[in-house]
Write a protein that binds this ligand. Sequence first.
Ligand code: GAR
Length: 212
Amino acid sequence: MGEREQFRLGILGSGKGSNLAAIADACEAREVPAEVAIVISDLPGAGILARARERGLRAESIPPGKYRTKLDEEAERTYIAALQGARVDWVVLAGFMRILKGDFLRAFERRVVNIHPALLPSFPGLEAWKQAFDYGVKVTGCTVHLVDQGIDTGPILAQQTVPVLDGDTPATLHQRIQAAERVLYPATIAALLRGEILVQGNRALRASPKTR
Ligand code: GAR
């Protein structure tokens, strides 16, 4: 696909949708060469679906099936069909609280990105900002990475540090991290779609426009 073309994003989330809003804004402002083709949540009441619908975006909830932390096989097939039906080029995880594996990742090989609210590989898993707060680190942040078969593993595309202040609570720290996410995620997606990030094994390198 040529770098000037418009890509189609499928956004998956389970939360309130602040990352979706930032990405959709950046698409509308043409800072990201893409459009949001579909938003899917495992939770019918998730704020992300309401935020998508407010913007006139296609939004669907698809039940995850019988497991607590991942999609079951039937749900996985339904997610893949919905994303392929929407002709999605890239799958963007924006607070999607289900692990994606096997057939899903094969259907969108190296085309699934995630944002994690900590500096990976520190604090993978749930409530990473609280893990960092409880550990007592002085610096944390957020990480954008390609998704592979592991949990919060896969080549790191970009990271942004965020200080932990003495007066913080987990909630204030999470807010500061989310403010950083809203900048880092759209900017990283833009660079990825424009072919400005080269992934070599586990290392993602910035290609200068001249060397592309
Ligand atoms: C974000 O902070 C994101 O980093 C986190 O969920 C939040 C979703 O917020 N993701 C994870 O914890 C994934 N393990 P949002 O719905 O407002 O974008």
